[in-house]
Structures are given as structure tokens and as C-alpha cells.
Design a protein around this ligand. Structure first.
Ligand code: R5P
Length: 287
């Protein structure tokens, strides 16, 4: 197997190391500064003839999405026998319904585009695992929660809490690894930027409560949860998520967190732990 690093090589490199597989890199500019018209460009450095090639690329920002399509195509062009596409952060996963008449079912459109260039797609912490059916090739979601549990491991937490029911399975997974209880809060989304968390009968008074979600985007969900937990008397509230998107002023909203850490599915200031072992283990099954 060859690991083809997308534009976030800091994650692909440890995956390649875990697998003992060669890392193939790519360049993303033909001319310094890129094409004048803004088009993306990809060129692979390496011979992939007859190889199973695992392309690793998160798709936050449409440019990364286009790069992924080009990486898959370049891998085929370089002779790859099989293309496995691992998307650590899969954007557009949250538009998994037509909420208003006339909208695109975005997750389906994006899945079709990516899946037509891959033999198999693997995502991590996709918003709705049912969306995997939209890929026109076999697709699976890999849990990154073992990495969250490793991160929380030394914090002597009493309880893991999900900010809403959608993240309950993540809280349950982390709590079961740490052998502590878990719970989920009730969330109502008011609009794209505002969420309300209704109090739930959590016994968090004086407790050390870890909050877990798959993604932080505007930060509204986590901020509401942390503020509520603190209002209920929690004494230490660290937060961990897989994907630190941090749109707009999200970090400003999250000042009440006692600790804020994200995995390396996306590079960023809060990236503090790695999901490379989970990605490597999932790829190993398809080598
Ligand atoms: C929602 O279902 C997800 O699990 C996250 O809670 C949500 O997408 C986070 O979004 P934001 O940070 O904008 O509140």
C-alpha cells in the first residue's frame, strides 16, 4: 500500500509510519502562487503502478474538495490498481436532508462526485452515518473516539457528556473506554448561529465533566453545553472533538471551556491529539 498525502501531510505521514507504507506526496501549484484563474492543480511525485493507494484528504473548504478529486484522478493516472479514499473531515455532511424546498441534498451530490473516483471511501465521524449510502462505491465510517478517550485518559474525569442526542453515541463510546458514566443534553437549534441547551437532570455538581462532539463549527453547541454544565455546578469542563472547524468567532465563544482540544483531522491551533492510529488500523483492513 502507498499513502498519498493530500494537502494535510502532517496527518498522512504518521499514518504511513504506522502502516510501514511509503508516503507519496503531491504538489498543488504548477506556477508559484497558483493559476491566475484560481483553478486547483495536483501532481503526484511517485510511481503507483499496480499499487493500492490510500488518498488522505479532509475536505474543509471547496478547494480541498477539488484537490481530492484531482488526487484520485492523478492516482489512477499513475497506475494505481485500487484507490482507497480516506476523508478524515468530510464537509457537507450536515446538509443530509432537504430542509427547505429547492435545496440540494448536498451530501449526496458530494458523495457521488468523490465516490465515482474511488474503489472505497472511508470517513471519520461523519455527521450522519446513513449518508454513506450516497457513495456509489463501498463506504464506511471509522470512529475517532478511541483517540478522544486517550486524550481524556489522564484527566480523572467523573462523567462524559454529549451536547445533544446526536453525539450521544460518541459520549457512550468514550465513557465506556474510560469506564465512567455518560449522559447527553437536550439541544434546540434556533438558527445557523444560535443553539439553546435545555437543562437536563445531570448530576454534575462538583464533578469533572468531559464534553465530546464530532465537530465544532460555530461553537454555539459546545458553548451552550459548557455554560449550562458550569451553571449546574460542574467544577472542571474540558472539551474534545474530532474536527475543529472553528468558523467565524467560534474560539471567542468557547472561552468557558477549561480545556479545548481537537484531533488532527484538520490542522489548527487547538489540534492536540492524533487519530493516525485509527486511520491506519482502518486502512490496514483493506490493504
Ligand atoms: C450536530 O449535530 C453536531 O454534532 C455538532 O454539535 C454541531 O454541528 C456543531 O455545530 P456548531 O459548532 O455550529 O454549534
Amino acid at each position: 500500500m502507498r499513502i498519498l498525502a493530500g494537502s494535510h501531510a502532517a496527518l498522512a505521514a504518521p499514518v504511513a509510519k504506522e502502516l510501514g507504507a511509503p508516503l507519496v506526496t503531491a504538489s498543488f501549484e504548477k506556477v508559484p502562487g497558483g493559476f491566475p484563474d484560481g483553478e486547483a492543480y495536483v501532481r503526484i511525485q511517485g510511481d503507483l503502478r499496480g499499487e493500492t493507494v490510500a488518498v488522505i484528504q479532509s475536505t474543509l473548504g471547496d478547494r480541498r474538495l477539488v484537490e481530492l478529486l484531482l488526487l484520485q484522478d492523478a492516482a489512477r493516472e499513475a497506475g494505481a490498481a485500487k484507490v482507497l479514499t480516506f476523508i478524515p473531515y468530510f464537509a457537507y455532511g450536515r446538509q443530509d436532508k432537504v430542509f427547505e424546498p429547492g435545496e440540494a441534498l448536498s451530501v449526496r451530490g458530494i458523495a457521488k462526485a468523490i465516490g465515482s473516483g474511488a474503489d472505497r471511501v472511508l470517513t471519520m465521524g461523519i455527521h450522519n452515518p446513513e449518508s454513506l449510502r450516497h457513495f456509489p462505491c463501498p463506504a464506511e465510517d471509522v470512529s475517532g473516539m478511541p483517540a478522544v478517550a486517550r486524550h481524556f485518559g489522564a484527566m480523572r474525569l467523573d462523567l462524559i457528556v454529549a451536547p445533544d442526542d446526536g453525539a450521544a453515541h460518541h459520549a457512550e463510546a468514550v465513557a465506556s473506554t474510560l469506564k465512567i458514566p455518560w449522559d447527553a443534553m437536550e439541544k434546540t437549534r434556533i438558527d445557523a448561529y444560535t443553539v439553546k441547551v435545555a437543562p437536563r437532570q445531570l448530576s454534575v455538581m462538583g464533578k469533572r465533566v468531559g464534553v465530546v462532539d464530532e465537530v465544532i463549527s460555530t461553537g454555539g453547541t459546545i458553548a451552550a453545553a459548557v455554560n449550562e454544565l458550569k451553571a449546574q455546578g460542574a467544577r472542571f469542563v474540558p472539551v474534545a472533538c474530532l474536527h475543529g472547524v472553528f468558523a467565524a468567532n467560534a474560539l471567542e465563544k468557547l472561552k468557558a471551556c477549561d480545556d479545548l482540544a481537537c484531533s488532527d483531522t484538520l490542522p489548527g491551533p487547538q489540534t492536540r491529539f492524533s487519530v493516525a492510529p485509527e486511520i491506519a488500523a482502518a486502512l490496514r483492513k483493506h490493504a
